[in-house]
Design a protein around this ligand. Structure first.
Ligand code: NIG
Ligand code: FE
Length: 392
């Protein structure tokens, strides 16, 4: 197996506080990396770099760990541009449009679903994302949910069963919950790592706290790990339920009470990666014209944050982590360093992974190269295609 020496790194973000400048980003200036068998074998100042079989010169660019997009809904067909347009002219989002995507997804062939999913993954990689989580949730029958997870499994190991996305049109709520926690879970669990639920009492389409608890406990009993869509449209039980069940992450967190924040502070991840992070999805607030969560207040209180796209056809049809970083900085009060950390190391915590989200020795060789001298350009140059995953 040949070794690759990557040189010409003006600024390397390692997310390893033991490396470099001692900050959480672990920045090494004028750095080099040695990669071997898909892993980081050496990292440090270029002047001390060992020799390697192959050299790859980045000519003064910055390098960060590949983005970890810990929340996406990539397996779908159809288009909801008109719903977006209506929202921009005053119609509020309530989850009702999900039914449109469910109908289009059920009608699509396996080939089309896989091709569209792969195209979105390619978009993500072209913008620096190297790890993704992908949910089901637009099938909502036993066969269509299992199919969505098989498609998701073609592009990632981080697959999430979201049969409890909404109660499908025409279904009885109690019957559907019995299906999700029974035969649908049984068919989907072999294809999933995670179980998720849209816990949102303010939406008549989604699930309340008791229903969400049933879905998650059934998923846990089937061997899945819990995560939650919570507090997106109103303050509700999602955050407290996620903390109580030791979910890796509770996502959205747009409307939080003081007790939600306290619960998240108390659940901050531990060195063994247990605990619950709050994953913020500012592309959703952008695309639904909703108030942004106050990331500054959450960080100051001691909540650990991740950032993700939530790429989906309804509330946020972007796959761009650089856009998410820019929004987090401009609209939610995060510093560029905090946002880059949350989009990489934070995402890794949200997936309970320690092999991604950093570039210490032993990490996966997942590098995002920036057409820029520093990570700060991710927020400083919004909308510019400056990040890409490094293909060696
Ligand atoms: O994360 N909140 C629920 N699910 C998605 C939106 C799905 C849709 O509208 O198609 C979300 O925002
Ligand atoms: Fe989502």
């Amino acid at each position: 197996m040949s070794t690759v020496l990557v040189t010409g790194i003006a600024e390397l973000v390692t997310n390893d506080a033991n490396l470099g400048d001692g900050s959480p980003l672990g920045i090494v200036a004028d750095a080099a990396l040695v990669l071997e068998a898909g892993r980081v074998a050496w990292v440090g100042p270029a002047t001390q770099a060992p020799d390697a079989d192959i050299r790859h010169d980045l000519a003064g660019r910055a390098v960060i760990p590949g983005f970890v997009d810990s929340h996406s809904h990539l397996v779908f067909a159809g288009d909801r541009a008109r719903e977006f347009e209506a929202r921009m002219t005053g119609t509020p989002y309530d989850g009702g449009g999900i039914a449109t995507t469910v109908a289009a997804t059920r009608a699509a062939s396996d080939e089309l679903l896989l091709a569209r999913t792969r195209a979105l993954v390619a978009e993500m990689r072209a913008q620096g994302t190297t790890t993704i989580e992908v949910k089901s949730g637009y099938g909502l029958t036993v066969a269509d949910e299992a199919r969505s997870l098989r498609v998701a499994g073609e592009v990632t190991g981080e697959t999430t069963f979201l049969g409890a996305h909404v109660v499908p049109a025409g279904a009885d709520r109690a019957d559907y919950l019995a299906l999700v926690t029974g035969p649908m879970l049984a068919a989907c669990a072999p294809h999933a790592r995670w179980v998720d639920v849209f816990c949102e009492p303010a939406s008549k389409h989604a699930f309340d706290g008791d229903e969400a608890r049933r879905v998650l406990t059934a998923g846990i009993a089937a061997g899945l790990l819990p995560r939650v869509h919570g507090n997106q449209l109103s303050a509700g039980p999602g955050v407290r339920l996620a903390v109580e069940l030791s979910a890796a992450s509770v996502d959205h967190c747009t409307y939080l009470t003081e007790s939600d924040v306290e619960a998240l502070v108390g659940a901050a991840p531990q060195p063994d990666r247990s605990g619950t992070v709050a994953t913020l999805l500012p592309g959703v607030e952008f695309s639904t014209r909703s108030p942004y969560p106050d990331a500054r207040a959450l960080l100051d209180a001691g909540v650990v944050l991740a950032l993700a796209t939530d790429c989906n056809p309804g509330t946020c049809f972007t796959s761009s982590m650089p856009l998410v970083v820019a929004l987090a900085v401009r609209e939610m009060g995060m510093s560029p360093a905090e946002a880059v950390w949350a989009a990489t190391a934070g995402g890794a915590l949200a997936l309970r992974r320690n092999d991604v989200g950093h570039l210490g020795v032993g990490a996966r060789a997942d590098l995002a190269v920036l057409e820029a001298p520093t990570y700060r350009h991710l927020a400083y140059r919004p909308g510019m295609p400056i990040a890409r995953a490094l293909d060696l």
